[in-house]
Design a protein around this ligand. Structure first.
Ligand code: PEP
Ligand code: MN
Length: 339
């Protein structure tokens, strides 16, 4: 941490702050400038003893942290890309995955049709929601445990890996027993208690970025997962809330690059929730691939017109072969292997 004094601070005040720094377990190194005095406090900033408390001294202008508040997810901690195993498939470290499926599981027939279409197109990881976090309490909330059972059973039948969202601590055990990967949705990105318990479920976690979380907050949430023993974390950029209304959210393409520079974790892009309109899904997926995403997550439904949630953004699952054909050269150009 760097502690910056206000101009005209007296030597007595500087001594007082110095003593406080030592009491907090840091070694102070004083630099006297022409106008200002600065102290470099040497010590482990990841301990709970934050020097930000020094802001309470009237003579302090600023306290600047040097170390990041996340460590286990950082590139400094691990230089090479993490590879996350999702069922029998790998994501990250050059292995690219297209994760696809309907927004919600609506019936066994609907999920079966989607899986048949998507696996035929070459998709290996199916994502479908059993518990849906909806803005309105009157909207379809998902089939819950019944849907989860369908996803587990059909996943085995089709030989795919499965992902679904978990919205509450009470559901974690049953969800972890049914699928290969747990999704933390955008609304729960900073639900720290949920993150801590999900981390211990023994399954990898797909962590969506919240609509209003900074990249640092998103990585700190990933740190919660890693610090509590998570088996593997995949970050998912799904668009943030901005002033723009032409799209449902704004896909923050630079976040993919920043997250990959800052962290060794794989990053996937969800163009469906970012755009909210089906015509933008494939172009945004290509943009994600171009900037280094390790995968994309796309919503596809056998009959989007009848979908009970996110109808406008879901692609037609029987047309997914064309999507894969369009994405493949982009994945190859990015130097990654599909599937
Ligand atoms: C979803 O993946 O279906 C979903 C609800 O997404 P998000 O959490 O990104 O809004
Ligand atoms: Mn959805």
């Amino acid at each position: 941490m760097i502690i910056v004094f206000k101009a005209h601070t007296s030597p007595k005040q500087i001594e007082e702050v110095k003593k406080h720094i030592i009491d907090l377990g840091y070694q102070p190194r004083i630099i006297h400038g022409v106008e200002r005095t600065v102290i470099g406090a040497v010590g482990d900033e990841l301990s709970h003893r934050s020097l930000e408390a020094l802001m309470t001294f009237s003579c302090i202008e600023n306290v600047v942290p040097i170390q990041k508040r996340y460590k286990l997810v950082s590139r400094q901690f691990q230089q090479q890309d993490s590879v996350v195993k999702i069922g029998a498939f790998a994501l990250g470290g050059g292995q690219f995955q297209v994760i696809a499926g309907p927004c919600a599981i609506e019936s066994r027939a609907q999920l079966r049709q989607a899986m048949q279409d998507l696996t035929q197109a070459g998709v290996r990881i199916i994502r479908a929601g059993a518990y849906k976090p909806r803005t309105s309490p009157y909207d379809f909330q998902g089939l819950g445990e019944a849907g989860l059972r369908m996803l587990g059973e059909l996943g085995k039948e089709f030989g795919v890996a499965t992902v679904t969202e978990v919205v509450a601590v009470r559901d974690i055990e049953v969800v972890a027993g049914a699928v290969d990967m747990l999704q933390i949705g955008a609304r729960n990105c900073q639900n720290y208690n949920l993150l801590e318990v999900v981390a211990g479920a023994g399954k990898p976690v797909l962590l969506k970025r919240g609509p209003a979380t900074t990249i640092e907050e998103w990585l700190s949430s990933a740190e919660y997962l890693m610090a509590h023993g998570c088996k593997g974390v995949v970050l998912c950029e799904r668009g943030i809330r901005t002033f723009e209304r032409a799209t449902r959210n704004t896909l923050d393409i630079s976040a993919v690059v920043v997250a990959k520079n800052e962290s060794h974790l794989p990053v996937v892009v969800d163009p469906s929730h970012a755009a909210g309109i089906k015509s933008l899904v494939v172009p945004l997926a290509k943009a994600g691939i171009a900037v280094g995403a390790d995968g994309v997550m796309i919503e596809a439904h056998p009959d989007p017109v009848s979908a009970l949630s996110d109808a406008a953004q879901q692609l037609v699952s029987s047309e997914f072969g064309q999507v894969m054909t369009e994405l493949r050269p982009h994945v190859a150009l990015a130097g990654k292997t599909m599937g």
